[in-house]
Design a protein around this ligand. Structure first.
Ligand code: TA6
Length: 297
């Protein structure tokens, strides 16, 4: 559909579609409490700015916006696998959902003075190389005073659907050495950098590359950022695993879509169904993975 057709069919006073780089399309949601921008490429939330505040989500200055490539920042949708593919290392990390164009399904205003956009993905929109299973994905983005993103996975086939997933949120922070991530105290954690397991003691602070997978946790995380004089709360539904990541300098240098010093201004707190929390859907079943992001000053 052309931009004009999209706006005619799905646009409202508060939902507008615009052309983006490389022929991509983005939607702007002008909510009562803030604004969000979503790329139809990957159904990726690119930004969320509550009224009068610093941006809540981080986006690399060197991110690519190219067909078939992941966008570095915002909220990547990782599905149907989180991390490396379990049996085929040649496949891209974090699945194919963030690499393809999704289609708008609905848009408008809803109850709590929120503005929403729903995007959908079906196997017909996925290149054959990924051998997509029978599925239906829906992503619903709601902007009110906070940002809610809900990924609903449906098994439209006749056999069980195994997958892992994450809403891989990149948060904008003042300085990685100043912040703390709370909410996971006492939770078992796999350090994926050295495959050791420990129990979290207190808040998470950062002084080196950090890549931690917490299991058995439905907890709300809180990013305490004294530099921006704010806290970002990351609540969730339908998830019992959380990933906390910062690449630090050496890994950032190895990533072409990540500027060398940008690691200082971002942290990922990822709402997942990963590790032991990977899921299996029976034929006809569905599951929703949801993150609710709010700020406190
Ligand atoms: O955040 C968890 C993680 O799996 C890290 O290990 C790191 O690879 C990150 O995701 C980014 O992955 P990407 O494929 O987007 O470069």
């Amino acid at each position: 559909m052309t931009i004009q057709e999209l706006n005619r069919k799905f646009g409202t006073d508060r939902v507008h579609f615009h052309p983006a780089l490389h022929g991509m399309v983005k939607a702007e949601l002008d909510g009562f409490g803030g604004k969000a921008v979503i790329s139809l490429h990957g159904a990726q939330v690119l930004s969320f700015i509550p009224r009068g505040q610093e941006p809540v989500l981080w986006m690399s200055e060197k991110s690519r916006f190219e067909p078939g490539k992941p966008i570095r920042g915002g909220i990547p949708v990782c599905w149907p696998w989180f991390g490396s593919h379990p049996s085929n290392a040649a496949l891209p990390s974090h699945g194919f959902a963030r690499l393809v164009e999704w289609e708008p399904a609905a848009a408008g205003e809803c109850g709590n003075e929120a503005v929403f956009l729903e995007l959908a993905l079906t196997p017909q929109l996925v290149p054959d190389q990924f051998k997509a299973p029978d599925f239906l994905l829906k992503l619903r983005i709601e902007v009110s005073n906070g940002l809610t993103v809900a990924l609903t996975i449906g098994n439209s086939g006749g056999k069980p659907l195994d997958y892992s997933a994450a809403l891989h949120s990149y948060f904008n922070i003042s300085d990685i050495s100043q912040i703390a991530v709370g909410g996971l105290n006492g939770r078992a954690c796999l350090n994926t950098l050295n495959n050791t397991v420990h129990r979290q003691q207190g808040d998470i602070r950062f002084s080196a590359e950090t890549d931690l997978l917490y299991g058995d946790t439905a907890d709300t995380c809180v990013i305490d950022d004294p530099g921006f004089c704010r806290k970002i709360t990351v609540a969730k539904v339908g998830s019992h695993s959380t990933v906390v990541w910062n690449p630090w300098e050496a890994k950032a240098r190895r990533m072409p879509d990540f500027d060398d010093q940008e690691f200082r201004h971002m942290v990922c707190v990822e709402t997942a169904n990963a590790g032991a929390d990977a899921r299996t859907l029976a034929p006809g079943a569905s599951h929703t993975l949801q993150v609710i992001i709010e700020t406190q000053y």
